[in-house]
Design a protein around this ligand. Structure first.
Ligand SMILES: NC(=O)c1ccc[n+]([C@@H]2O[C@H](COP(=O)([O-])OP(=O)(O)OC[C@H]3O[C@@H](n4cnc5c(N)ncnc54)[C@H](O)[C@@H]3O)[C@@H](O)[C@H]2O)c1
Length: 364
């Protein structure tokens, strides 16, 4: 088996998961890492036994033999870093959100497609065996017409110091600041729950969104960070199949660290999952012969490979697994529509919506 030489761009918190997972896969070698904070890259290299470290993706890729790049930089630099890798013919696994705006995201998807490189976006909750099994149930049509959907992703780190003090940690502060490339909670975890919900239910046809940014510091500023990115996003959506749904996400859900739930109600049955309880079990309710609904049954789903393994397999087989950059861009279009909807205080029909080109200075 030929060795896959992998490099990691961005060596903050999430990069540790990338390093841990990739280094546990046979036939993959971590050969380099980079971070604009070179000392951070150096520490990371020592911690994960990575032979070379650099201060930019360009210097890394121009100095090392690399087959694939895992992009774990902060959101605002996913596009330039991934495009630099794609331009050099490297396969790319990119963290979510693919980019802060749809125009950037679609540019990445098109570049990856024309370069013919494997491209995947880390919608990590797809690694749940439960959501894979639920998607298989809906794809078979076993729920009948799907009518009502509720997805939610709740975090509480603005209300409680469960994950440390956000006021003193750059990894939380950039997430609160649009000029640091963040689309707020919408771009950070809203992106996950939009994917998680629409993956088993189908595309989103229209969205009406309310975004809220609550006061949280004197003058809503901490040092260089202006705290203007949204904290709460509430979406009312209509799916292409006709179902109505709500998708809710916030960083102010006191008592929740990281809670992802989804319920799908169809005319012949229903499914629900709560990832706080299990990533591999979901519940199913069926309509009996008497027309009454039975008890909710627990279903244990078959294990599913995580995205790191699927990415490596895609490189080996040449068959690009999901979710790819095109899917990342599709979800990004929904997020752009949310921002537009919130500004105009009206629903947005996705097929009529053409997000403006170019990076926006202030996103929400
Ligand atoms: N898939 C998931 O479930 C999941 C979970 C957590 C974070 N994430 C994503 O992972 C990414 C990193 O998040 P984090 O929590 O590790 O943030 P972090 O702030 O801890 O790390 C980001 C690192 O990227 C570096 N960086 C920024 N621009 C760069 C560039 N152009 N080139 C090289 N390095 C650069 C920063 O210096 C920093 O060290 C984010 O996009 C985040 O949304 C995904």
């Amino acid at each position: 088996m030929e060795m896959i030489r992998l490099a990691i761009a961005g060596t903050g918190g999430m990069a540790n998961f990338h390093a841990k997972h990739f280094s546990s896969i046979r036939g993959v070698k971590l050969v380099a890492c980079c971070d604009v904070l070179k000392e951070r890259a150096a520490e990371f290299a020592t911690k994960h036994d990575v032979p070379q470290h650099f201060a930019s993706v360009e210097s890394m890729l121009d100095s090392c033999q690399v087959d694939a790049v895992s992009v774990a930089t902060s959101d605002g630099s996913h596009a330039p870093v991934s495009l630099a890798a794609i331009a050099r013919g490297k396969h790319v696994l990119c963290e979510k959100p693919l980019a802060p705006t749809y125009p950037e995201a679609i540019k990445m998807a098109e570049a990856a497609q024309s370069a013919g490189v494997i491209n995947m976006v880390n919608f990590s909750y797809r690694d749940s065996a439960a959501i894979q099994a639920m998607a298989a149930v809906t794809a078979k049509g076993d729920l009948g017409r799907i009518l009502h959907v509720q997805g939610s992703y709740l975090q509480g780190w603005l209300a409680s110091a469960y994950w440390g003090n956000w006021r003193t940690n750059s990894a939380w502060l950039w997430r609160l600041s649009s000029s640091h490339g963040s689309l707020g909670v919408l771009g950070d975890i809203g992106v996950h729950i939009v994917d998680f919900t629409s993956y088993p239910v189908g595309g989103i046809a229209s969205v009406h969104c309310l975004l809220k940014t609550f006061d949280k510091a004197p003058d809503n500023r901490v040092g260089e960070y202006r705290l203007d990115a949204n904290d709460t996003a509430l979406l009312t959506v209509e799916f292409e199949g006709g179902a109505a749904g709500t998708i809710a996400t916030t960083r102010w859900a006191t008592g929740h660290a990281n809670s992802v739930t989804l319920a799908i109600y169809g005319e012949n049955g229903a499914l629900r999952v709560d990832l706080d309880k299990s990533w591999s079990e979901y519940e199913r309710c069926r309509i009996g012969r008497d027309g009454k609904h039975g008890a909710w049954e627990r279903v244990v789903a078959k294990p599913t490979p995580n995205i790191y393994k699927r990415f490596v397999k895609s490189i080996r087989t040449g068959r690009n697994d999901a979710p790819d950059f095109a899917r990342g861009a599709e979800v990004q279009k929904v997020l752009d529509a949310c921002v537009y909807s919130n500004r105009r205080a009206r629903p947005v029909v996705l097929s009529d919506f053409q997000p403006k080109t170019g990076r926006r200075k202030r996103l929400a």
